[in-house]
Design a protein around this ligand. Structure first.
Ligand code: ATP
Length: 603
């Protein structure tokens, strides 16, 4: 037996073994695949069964649910039916009660009607005469009440006329008071102060057309009211037209030859500018805006209306506008050479006749109220204003608009015309003489002088062809034989408002303005005090304002003070101060208002 085994044989043997193993594995795989396929089949069967079972189960559940719903619906229906039965029963009972009640009511009303019929029959029968007499008495009483009311109204009007006449005769200052409505800025900022909340309650109330009351009750102090009486009191509901109606007669006085001054006085924000100029005066057009116009535009319109009723060319009107700012008088119509308005500083002097005058003041000739308002609107831009805590458009200066009316009486006009024709005759005569050889030799300049006179006559402002305002800063030249016109002045004054610094919250330059305003207003108060007490010295010159208005306050002009008052408790102290000022002004007995001299003067 060979000892060495061939390597090839060993390899072949191993290959054989491996092939055998492979074959047996492949067989095993085949077996497993077969098993797998069988298992898949079984699984598919099972799944099919499960699905079928699920479907059957769903159907069963649906059925069950349906049955449950049906059952609950049935029970709810049964419950509802039972409730309806109960309700029906209740309704039947209520209806029965109602029917009983209605029947009862009908019976009762029938009974009552019968009783009323019987009673009225009885009344007619027994008391018919009494009833008639009672009715007649009632009518008579109503009639006499009406008569009484009418009599008291006439009496009040007569009393007012008498009072006004007395005021005129004694030369008293007329004082009207206007209480403005509560406005949004009254309840806005400033309604709370450092010392606590300020009340916006209305404490100033109009009692009737000549009395106003201030309810001074404060928390923790006993109730106290102060009553004030003036020539006329306007309430918050009174329109600009109503306020002007009471002022209007003064315009007639102006043309009758009296100087007139209308001055608005009151604390800041009390409505002075609203009353004097109006809230829309800077854009004067349209009927609604016209209704909002204040005294100045309305007075200008009335003045020109009255003038239009007079003979043509009998009156001319010149305007000047002055501002008193920080105790300086500024001419708001003065213009630089290039035509720019600047507000030039002016002096106030006392003339030899004791009246006050502003030398070099600019006057503009105006032909209509529109001219006046155009001028005022253009200069209002120059007026000092500053927003304060009280309101946003506070005026920081006193504004004085003066309308100077120069007029010639109809007689003087006729006389002037007659003189004019005499002058022409004389000229014609002179010319004839000049042309005669004897006269030409004796007086070679006669024609020239006649021409000069006629030229100066045509340069009179009363015959100016221009219809636009004419600028002039000196008195108008007069023809040597034209009658000297007599002049009356209408001064319209919108004073700056008295101001409590704590309330208005001003600082810096505005604080200085406030102190100047307050000083000039207290100077005005001092002047009135001196006049009321007939003191020999009246301190007109303590301030430019009083010096400028000297003739109106103490002279023979008709002076109307329009007191403007804020109604809320917040401004009560200032309101009381203003009303006190008005009361003091009424005590002044000035010179009786006098007509200006209307005598014809020939130069
Ligand atoms: N009677 C009124 N009816 C309606 N609004 C008014 C009335 N009075 C005043 N006002 C309004 O109140 C505001 C303040 O009024 P106004 O400017 O006239 O006050 P003022 O007294 O001139 O104040 P100041 O002295 O600070 O210039 C304005 O907006 C004005 O339109």
């Amino acid at each position: 037996m060979p000892l060495f085994i061939n390597r090839d044989q060993i390899f072949a043997h191993q290959v054989h073994l491996l092939e055998h193993k492979l074959r047996s594995r492949e067989e095993r795989i085949l077996e497993l695949e077969t098993e797998n396929a069988l298992l898949h089949l079984r699984l598919a069967e099972c799944l099919g069964k499960i699905r079928r079972n699920h479907a059957e189960e769903g159907e069963a559940q649906k059925h069950l649910q349906h049955q449950r719903v049906q059952q609950s619906t049935r029970s709810a229906l049964a419950k509802l039916l039972s409730e309806v039965q109960v309700l029906k029963q209740d309704l039947r009972e209520v209806f029965a009660v109602y029917v009983n009640f209605a029947t009862e009511l009908e019976n009762q009303s029938k009974l009552l009607l019968e009783q009323v019929g019987q009673a009225s029959l009885a009344l007619q029968g027994h008391h018919g005469n009494n009833l008639h007499s009672l009715q007649a008495q009632m009518e008579a009483l109503e009639h006499s009440l009406q008569e009484e009311k009418e009599r008291s109204r006439t009496e009040r009007e007569r009393r007012k006329i008498l009072h006004n006449t007395l005021v005129e005769l004694r030369g008293n200052i007329r004082v009207h008071c206007r209480v403005r409505p509560v406005l949004p800025f009254d309840v806005g900022q400033g309604s709370v102060s450092a010392i606590g909340p300020l009340n916006t309650e209305e404490v100033v109330q109009v009692v009737n057309d000549d009395k106003v009351v201030v309810n001074c009750t404060r928390v923790g102090s006993p109730g106290l009211s102060k009553m004030f009486e003036f020539e006329r009191v306007h309430g918050p509901e009174d329109s600009q037209d109503v306020v002007f109606e009471e002022v209007k007669p003064l315009l007639t006085s102006l043309l009758d030859g009296y100087n007139v001054c209308i001055m608005a006085y009151g604390q800041t924000g009390s409505g002075k500018t609203h009353t004097m100029i109006g809230s829309q005066a800077e854009d004067p057009s349209g009927p609604q805006r016209e209704a909002q116009h204040g005294i100045i535009p309305k007075a200008a319109a009335e003045l020109f209306r009255l003038i239009s009723e007079k003979p043509v060319d009998s009156h001319t009107v010149e305007v000047s506008v002055v501002e008193v700012y920080n105790n300086e008088v500024l001419d708001l119509l003065a213009k630089e050479e290039d035509g720019v308005a600047l507000g030039a500083k002016r002096d106030v002097i006392t003339t030899s006749t004791g009246t006050s005058e502003v030398p070099s003041l600019s006057y503009l000739l105006v032909r209509s109220a529109a001219d006046v308002m155009q001028l005022i609107s253009s200069v209002l831009r120059l007026r000092a204003r500053c927003p304060t805590l009280v309101h946003r458009d506070s005026s920081r200066s006193h504004l004085i608009v003066t309308l100077t009316v120069s007029s010639k009486s109809p007689n003087a006009l006729a006389l002037a015309r007659r003189l004019q024709s005499i002058k022409k005759d004389m000229l014609r005569k002179e010319q004839k003489e000049w042309w005669s050889p004897r006269c030409r030799r004796a007086n070679p300049t006669a024609r020239q002088s006649g021409d000069e006179r006629s030229t100066s006559s045509s340069s009179s402002p009363y015959h100016s062809p221009s219809h636009s305002p004419i600028h002039s800063s000196c008195p108008s030249p007069r023809d040597s034989i034209t009658p000297a016109p007599f002049r009356t002045k209408l001064q319209l004054v919108d004073l700056a408002g008295s101001e409590c610094v704590g309330m208005s919250g001003v600082t810096g330059a505005a604080l200085w303005e406030t102190s100047c305003i307050n000083r000039s207003l207290s100077a005005l108060s001092d002047v009135l005090g001196a006049l009321a007490e007939h003191r020999p010295h009246v301190p007109y010159r303590n301030s430019k304002l009083t010096h400028l208005l000297q003739d109106a306050i103490g002279g023979d002009a008709k002076l109307l003070i329009m007191l403007c008052v804020s109604p809320t408790q917040k401004y009560m102290t200032e309101s009381l101060q203003s009303l006190g000022f008005g009361t003091r002004a009424r005590q002044v007995q000035k010179d009786t208002p006098r007509r200006k001299n209307t005598a014809l003067k020939l130069k």
